[in-house]
Design a protein around this ligand. Structure first.
Ligand code: GAL
Length: 399
């Protein structure tokens, strides 16, 4: 006993030190343990984003209940960049008079601030990129209090095209992403690293190895149902590359944008949850309708997205215009999504859910996550799902 006490005394300082650095190190190495949730300026504001609109989004994120529902990041996309100063430090342009003050404002609301750059000389919108200034930019971001970087290949495309072989082009891209990863890490600040290169060279196979916490798997989404659906239903099979700390990113949400109907918004949000996708709202939060707010803050659907197992869902089968997806959840639970993707109403094409195809045997108790009601699923149960709408259920104990 005495010897143990002495040993404990000797190791105590080391233990205290370890306990002190462990959470920090773990956080630094593993930001985005769950798919990041927040808001990004691009889908709604494009180049019109400015300090005032970002502050308004942060305020609305709190007052709408979105922060309490799990949304954390307020991400400024392209067009914030100004010129570099004489020492090469990146400056903001006149739309963002003081990025540090903006970060403080966002942090004081219990939120985090994200920013955007490119490994090329110019961004997609032809603003200043980070090429040749990676370390300097990472230091600047950290000094401002930035918590998230979306790094968009765009400006490097021309350099890659000039490479002698596809392998050389690929290496240019890998090196560029590693360079910024190392620069971000050297700041000692946990900064989520979001790769944006539209899925080039099957990024899901190597995104995590260059430090990506998430990587875009596709080109840009739009606020049209067809494009959203093309992206959402096109993700099947990528799940094995994703998991805690490294996620497939089918692009930011268009929920509440364009002419998407409520059913289409439900399809969009449900599918992103099934895909364990980052949930980055892209609408104008202060001006969203109560219906859109209800979709974005549906806690049961968010819980599917944020399930700690981090196991992305996939399509199990399709029958005509109807798609059936499942996602395995922590504790043996399961989510099932049945989507009527086609333009015709399902009543003209009766759909019967084949539970055996989902590995289920006999009647199942479930909760409909959009109505909140209990629902018993029996084998071959006929389902009436309107066109461009979805049934999303959770089974606590699938059999
Ligand atoms: C695109 C990117 C969009 C947005 C835009 C900004 O390349 O996919 O999400 O960031 O650049 O210019």
């Amino acid at each position: 006993m005495k010897i143990w006490m002495i040993r404990l005394k000797c190791f105590a300082p080391a233990l205290i030190w370890l306990c002190w650095i462990c959470p920090t190190t773990a956080q630094q190495n593993k930001p985005a343990a769950l798919p990041p949730m927040g808001w990004n300026s691009w889908n709604h504001f494009r180049d019109k984003v400015d300090d005032a609109s970002v502050r308004a989004q942060a305020e609305a994120m709190v007052s709408s209940g979105m922060r309490d529902a799990g949304y954390t990041y307020i991400n400024i996309d392209d067009t914030w960049e100004g010129e570099r100063d004489a020492k090469g430090n990146i400056q903001t342009n006149s739309k963002f008079p003081d990025m540090k003050a903006l970060a403080d404002f966002v942090h004081n609301k219990g939120l985090k601030l994200g920013i955007y750059s490119s490994p090329g000389a110019k961004t997609c919108a032809k603003y200043e990129g980070s090429l040749g200034h990676e370390m300097q930019d990472a230091q600047t971001y950290a000094a401002w209090g930035i918590d998230y970087l979306k790094y968009d290949l765009c400006g490097l495309n021309a350099v890659m095209k000039a490479a002698p072989t596809p392998e050389a082009a690929h290496q240019i891209m890998i090196d560029a992403y590693i360079k910024m990863r190392d620069a971000l890490r050297s700041t000692g600040r946990p900064i989520v690293y979001s790769l944006c290169q539209y899925g080039v060279d099957a990024v899901w196979e190597w995104g995590a190895s260059v430090g990506g916490n998430l990587w875009r798997t596709t080109g840009d989404i739009s606020d049209k149902y067809a494009r959203m659906a093309e992206i959402g239903f096109g993700q099947a099979g990528l799940g094995r590359f994703a998991g805690p700390g490294h996620w497939n990113d089918p692009d930011m949400l268009e929920v509440g944008n364009g002419k998407l109907t409520l059913g289409e918004n439900r399809v969009h949000f449900s599918m992103w949850a099934m895909l364990a996708a980052p949930l980055l709202a892209g609408n104008d939060l202060p001006n969203m309708s109560p219906d859109v707010k209800a979709i974005l803050t549906n806690k049961d659907v968010i819980a599917i997205d944020q399930d700690k197992l981090g196991h992305e869902g996939t399509r199990v089968y399709s029958d005509g215009e109807v798609d059936v997806w499942t996602r395995h959840l922590v504790g043996g639970a399961m989510a099932i999504a049945v989507v009527n993707a086609g333009p015709d109403r399902v009543s003209t094409h009766p759909f019967h859910l084949d539970l055996a195809k989902l590995g289920l045997h006999g009647a199942q108790q479930s909760t409909d996550l959009w109505t909140g009601k209990d629902m018993q699923l029996t084998d071959n149960i006929p389902l009436e799902i309107p066109s461009h709408d979805i049934l999303l259920v959770r089974l606590a104990s699938p059999k």
